[in-house]
Design a protein around this ligand. Structure first.
Ligand code: FUB
Length: 318
């Protein structure tokens, strides 16, 4: 009897200590994580690296959706969107973010435009829409929301990437994006039309991958920044979604074996989580990346403690 209790106690301790592992997705190469919580489930939208070990640039076939309710086991809902969904696109499937508004799910993606009568090509932003977080998704507009010709502050053709969309408490939606500079614009409530002029600014050390959100009255702009050898993550805060933004310094150092890293932030079941990618899967690298998650901790004044990257990941929750 006594030994049964001992076994039970050991079992309880082991199960309490169970953690997931980093990377969290291991059966395919994933990048550019974007989490949302809907009806008690955390949905994670990612890109999908399909470059070979010999390739020297990104090859990104499609976007996947994963879900979890315990932060340890992840269901792959498959490649629910690809550049092929957008008749105007040529690929690849660069960073994207899906958000819910009024029961519809809007998946803002960055990909590349065909050289046609509308654009001469280059990176562009599109929107897909669905009634469910796991699709089916269709092109919401039938054309790109942003094309390369709409922003001219950078000369390179891939500056219109990495959309992040945030809806403020008053219902006003904002989209931020950009490589080389951060751009923002208001969106109409349809979520598929731009409202007014595009604005451009350069947060300190900014490269790409903005992620904007509001928490306890503070607006946060988190982004991939210029590190010594590879990208790092820095962030700014503001009391307005339109700035001015106060630089708050580095949030995460470079990641292992990948030049890029990319922030995705969410609160779920009482804890704050920071998603990113690295290149640590076997045969991984800068073009064969893998999504990870670690805890994120706020100070009482709303500033964020530096992210500690771990291989054990976060604890399993109920
Ligand atoms: O995944 C392709 C590009 O690499 C993304 O758009 C950037 O944020 C960087 O992660």
């Amino acid at each position: 009897m006594k030994s049964n209790i001992k076994i039970l106690l050991i079992f309880c301790c082991v199960s309490i200590k169970i953690t997931a592992q980093n990377p969290i997705i291991t059966h395919i190469f994933t990048a550019d994580p974007s989490p949302i919580v809907h009806k008690g489930t955390l949905y994670l939208y990612t890109g999908h690296d399909v470059a070979t070990t010999e390739d020297t640039n990104y090859k990104m076939a499609d976007w996947h959706v994963f879900s979890t309710t315990n932060m340890a086991t992840w269901k792959d809902h498959g490649a629910l969107l690809s550049p092929g969904t957008f008749p105007w696109a040529t690929g690849d499937a660069y960073a994207a973010q899906c958000i819910e508004r009024n029961g519809k799910f809007y998946w803002f993606v960055s990909t590349f435009h065909k050289d046609d009568g509308v654009s001469k090509g280059g990176a562009a932003i599109g929107v897909a829409v669905s009634d469910s977080p796991v699709g089916p998704f269709k092109d919401a507009i039938g054309k790109a929301l942003v094309i390369n010709e709409m922003t001219t502050d950078n000369k390179h053709s891939w500056d219109d990437i990495d959309p992040t969309v945030f809806v403020d408490d008053d219902g006003q939606a904002y989209m931020y994006w950009g490589n080389g500079s951060c751009k923002w614009v208001k969106l109409k409530s349809s979520m598929t039309e731009i409202d007014g002029a595009i604005n451009t600014f350069k947060p300190e050390n900014y490269i790409e991958g903005p992620w904007v959100y509001k928490r306890k009255g503070i607006y946060y702009l988190v982004y991939a920044s210029r590190g010594e050898k590879a990208e790092t993550i820095e962030y700014c805060t503001s009391d307005s979604p339109t700035g001015p933004w106060k630089h708050q310094g580095q949030l995460q150092g470079s990641v292992t074996n990948s030049f890029t890293t990319h922030p995705g932030i969410v609160d779920y079941k009482g804890k704050s989580y920071f998603f990113y990618h690295n290149g640590t899967l076997p045969t991984g690298g800068s073009y064969r990346r893998a999504v990870c998650v670690d805890y994120m901790y706020y100070n009482p004044d709303g500033t964020i403690k530096k992210i500690v990257q771990t291989t054990e990941g976060v604890a399993k929750i109920k």
